[in-house]
Design a protein around this ligand. Structure first.
Ligand code: OSB
Ligand code: MG
Length: 360
């Protein structure tokens, strides 16, 4: 992949844990979104491997679940580790949907019209080496059809970056993501973004903060969207009660899977807080899960789910996820996540594997 840079660093490669669950001849896949480093969140590929192999798998193997929605709650004894839990839980949803012979979107409660028409897609553009390169990337993605552009910002790459994009591209749907790079004392700097009429500013302050975000929202006009801070449905309840955000980014890995994502989605909907689906540079497996989840009714804003080719060549699935010229992505229509996972590509990319079975 081409490098991707956020306020916490630049990455050139992506290594992640895949989960495959098998039951009576059916298979389900999940992808753990944890990275090798603990910079976006405390979890890493190594902690996910440790917690899945040592605790999550032993807790679920051989258990009978009437529905995958029961899985997350059954893991309550294991504190945190939402990305590890989500990888297993989402594999279970895929398995269940395949066993029912229905697309995952239907099982999750997606809006039929969206399942038919596809989801609106946006892109996240990392920090570039120059403003010219940034503007060129915006042009390329706009030309590909993406309906909303998000650019990563950090101190030293913020007002100038937004100004350059606005000067070159005009009134396009534009937002910024700071990945927790600012402090409340930077409120003046962040308020100077108000004049650019951004759709929102994502996670300007600390990764676990709500109170300062609420204070900041009182000082800026641009709506605040929370990502990192909404690590659970409870955190979202607190954020909404405090006025810490006006929009929420949903990433199932961050909250523990599809079940918690649906609860978060429904909570936001009850409070008239719009949501959109975030991305974690997933392969086609995680990406397909995200597309299905994005068909729920309160996903009213374009998300960060883009085409496979922006990240992987080749992707682990075939055919790959593509964006259409109108900026939408089709919802795969087969059973489960509805994409064909190519075993040879997984084998070629695999560093280690572990098979765990129920002890009957
Ligand atoms: O904050 O949304 C984020 C990527 C890795 C970690 C965190 C984030 C991101 C992105 C990219 O913004 C989203 C994507 O294109 O998958
Ligand atoms: Mg973000």
């Amino acid at each position: 992949m081409r490098f991707f840079e956020t306020s916490f660093g630049r990455i050139h490669e992506r290594r992640f844990v895949l989960v495959r669950v098998d039951d009576s001849g059916s298979t389900g896949f999940g992808e753990c979104v944890a990275d090798d480093n603990p910079y976006y969140s405390a979890e890493t590929t190594a902690t996910a491997w440790h917690v899945i192999a040592g605790f999550i798998a032993p807790a679920v193997l051989g258990q009978v679940f009437a529905h995958p929605r029961d899985l997350f709650a059954s893991l309550a004894r294991i504190r945190g580790h939402h990305m590890a839990k989500a990888a297993v839980e989402m594999a279970a949803w895929d398995l269940f949907a395949r066993q029912q012979g229905r697309p995952l979107a239907e099982i999750l409660g997606g809006r039929p019209a969206t399942v038919a028409s596809g989801i609106a897609s946006g892109v996240s553009i990392g920090i570039q080496d120059s403003l010219d390169e940034l503007c060129e990337r915006v042009d390329v993605e706009r030309a590909a059809g993406y309906r909303r552009i998000k650019i990563k910002i950090k101190p030293g790459w913020d007002v100038e970056a937004v100004e350059a994009v606005r000067a070159r591209s005009g009134a396009i749907p534009l937002m910024v993501d700071a990945n927790a790079a600012y402090h409340l004392r930077d409120a003046g700097r962040l308020a100077s973004l108000d004049r650019f009429e951004l759709l929102m500013i994502e996670q300007p302050l600390d990764y676990d903060d709500l109170r300062d975000h609420a204070a900041l929202q009182r000082e800026i006009r641009t709506p605040i969207c929370l990502d990192e801070s909404v690590h659970s449905v409870r955190a979202a309840e607190d954020a909404i009660a405090l006025g810490a955000c006006r929009v929420i980014n949903i990433k199932p890995g961050r909250v523990g899977g599809h079940t918690e994502s649906i609860r978060l989605h429904d909570l936001a909907e009850r409070h008239a807080v719009p949501v959109w689906h975030g991305g974690m540079l997933e392969s086609g497996i995680g990406r397909a899960h995200n597309i299905h989840l994005s068909t729920l009714s309160n996903f009213t804003l374009p998300g960060d789910i883009a085409a496979s080719r922006r990240y992987y060549a080749p992707d682990l699935i075939d055919p790959e996820i593509e964006v259409r010229p109108d900026g939408t992505i089709a919802v795969p229509s087969g059973p489960g996540i509805g994409v064909h996972v190519v075993p040879e590509r997984i084998a070629a990319a695999t560093e280690a594997q572990l098979e765990l079975r129920a002890t009957a």
